[in-house]
Design a protein around this ligand. Structure first.
Ligand SMILES: [Zn+2]
Length: 271
């Protein structure tokens, strides 16, 4: 099997396994607590130290989950550092698999596209867990954006027109995806990126509170559009975000490339 197909399958399976573990071991009856655990999981997997909760390695069930998250990140970082797989090809293959999923759901009345500016794999997984608990069938995949920024993502999605048209906006991208997928409507959700650029020198609890609020808002938007699980929602993000530790127990939130960055993971969710 060719390396792109193999890596696509590997990344999708890793994420799916993690989703199932989260549903098995995290108590989603308490939504904000569940969000904190998912957030902590990826912080510890990328930084190897605790953020707001205890060291997950010390808990038998959670340490297994942590290991899965670390393996997922290792696979992503390997693609970026080894440069033996074209990330453009990889993104295309992820979209191809997503389209195949969509074709199966073609009986559904209408499709909606939501493009998020800056949504972490954390937020995508948390949303996926909640939807799955409600009985929804879904497809979730990571897309690697090595630059961790909107510009590099535009290039991944539209390599030809990007070179010809430097002013291509995220709105244009959303419209083109909606056209390609024959969606009824598209929206661009910019709230994460706005917060990312504002959250500087803040406490860990402030970051969690802001991101939890935004993710809850996005979840409501999805379920409203889904309207009793009748229509299909295609949600994408251009990049994730990172928490950078500063002096005195304070943190910055940013999105850029850096070693072991979460910004480089862009999510794709179909429900
Ligand atoms: Zn930004």
């Amino acid at each position: 099997m060719n390396a792109v197909l193999e890596t696509t399958t590997l990344l999708i399976n890793r994420l799916r396994a993690l989703l199932n573990l989260l549903l098995q071991y995290v108590n989603f009856d308490s939504l904000e607590e569940a969000y904190k655990v998912v957030f902590e999981l990826f912080y510890q997997a990328s930084r190897h130290k605790p953020f707001l909760l205890k060291n997950l390695h010390k808990d038998a069930r959670l340490s297994g989950m942590l290991q899965y998250a670390e393996e997922l990140l290792s696979d992503v970082y390997e693609v970026i550092s080894e440069r033996n797989i074209d990330v453009l090809e990889l993104a295309r293959e992820m979209f191809r698999r997503a389209s195949a999923e969509l074709a199966e759901a073609s009986k559904s009345a209408s499709k909606y596209v939501i493009v998020c500016d800056g949504l972490s794999i954390i937020d995508a997984l948390y949303i996926a867990c909640r939807l799955k608990r409600e009985g929804a069938e879904l497809f979730i995949a990571p897309i690697i954006n090595p630059g961790g920024a909107t510009e590099t993502y535009k290039f991944i999605l539209e390599p030809h027109s990007y070179i010809q048209n430097a002013d291509l906006t995220l709105n244009d991208i959303a419209r083109r995806i909606a056209e390609k997928m024959r969606a009824k409507h598209y929206i661009v959700f910019r709230d994460y990126d706005e917060s990312i650029h504002q959250l500087k020198n803040v406490r860990a609890s402030d970051i969690i509170e802001t991101m939890y609020t935004l993710t809850s808002k996005l979840y409501s938007k999805i379920t409203r559009l889904k309207g009793g699980f009748g229509s299909t929602i295609i949600m994408l993000s251009d990049h994730g975000y990172d928490i950078v530790e500063k002096e005195g127990g304070l943190y910055d939130v940013n999105h850029s490339w850096s070693p072991r960055s979460l910004s480089v993971i862009a999510s794709l969710l179909i429900v």
